[in-house]
Design a protein around this ligand. Sequence first.
Ligand code: HEM
Length: 397
Amino acid sequence: MQAFFTWLRAEHPIARVEAEGYRPFWVVTRHADIREIERQPAIFNAGPRNTLLPIAAEEANMALFGVEAGFETLVVLDGERHYELRQMTQDYFLPKNVRRLEGMVDNLAAAFVDRLMATGGRCDIAADIVFWYPLRVAMTVLGIDEANEARMLKLTHELFGASDPAVRRPGMSLVEHSIAVKRDYIAFFDEITQDRRANPRDDVSTIIARGLPNEHDLSPEERLGYYVIVATAGHDTTAASIAAGIQALIDQPDFIAALREDPALVKSFANEAIRFCAPVKHFFRNVTAEYTLGDVTFRPGDHIMLHYGAATRDEAVFPDAQTFRIDRTPNNHLAFGYGPHQCLGQFLAKMEIEAFFRALVRRVDRIEADGAPAYTQATFVTGLRGLPVRCSFASVA
Ligand code: HEM
């Protein structure tokens, strides 16, 4: 796939895509072009078309829920309304406040590495260990207890993996599946809203349940979308990045000793794992005014796919872009997007990934592949979903 993106960046950096069953769009693969677009949110709106969905799913979403994307999350809102809603939780996710969560995150990272040790080192490290750790962090941020975790993880996989036959609910079409998943989310978060209004806590669910004063308050769709983005945006993405980091430790075994000897490297390693994996492959932008970029003129009504997965490997920005470099600096990748929608959880995500690898290299000497890795088949959020490994542990913890 990356060879194809390299060719696209060189030959057709802004390419027209017309595929059966989908509305046409442009795909942008160069780092500089994506930044230019994201810098101008008034011309390039985030909504209503926000990710790649088949026309049938978009039409069903509109008919059933009145929202083309299926959920009215922060990422589809624009202008003042986006600003107002983002402000609600912006403070919570600032680095100085995220630091309050550091002890909790470090303890969880150590506990999940303990879980790896308890397997004897032979397991599917993605499915058995890695997916559960960022999920626990995201659930702690929302104040959702462990008993509901498996249900949440299944819903996230069903949401992002709807096009993957291995994930789709048995006997359901894509549309039926998407509707069933949304109904389950509604039922779950309605209960949370009732609870937090009655019993406020120091968690993001309470901020969302409380909402905004008077006519600024969130509509039911906006409230649901807010819960869903915090519940989903954070864990599959972070887990996929950690799994990519583990794959790098398998491919380049010397990295483990290097990370152990120089803990400062953990930061650049974690950021490189995010660049290399770029779990959010794309978001769309919707053109509101004529604009020329390179030799293409976009017209109002055009749709643009910003391909972060391609831009994070742009050779014009990243020397030796297809290689995982443990010490890559600078590393201004676009895996977290750019501009007013840039990932709200990026500091938390980095903290989680760094904590995991600090804990891992304290205990593990070597990780080897023990079977073929498996990837989620999807166009939006993807990454390793299965990574069978054999680990050798360090004799001194
Ligand atoms: C490695 C992990 C992660 C990656 C790669 C990632 C990536 C992204 C991307 C690409 C966007 C859209 C940016 C744009 O449109 O320019 C985004 C938005 C967002 N992310 Fe993340 N994310 C990650 C982790 C998290 C975590 C841990 C949380 C919170 C718990 C989170 C919460 C959000 C939210 C709320 C938004 C919407 C922001 C807005 O539209 O204003 N993300 N993320």
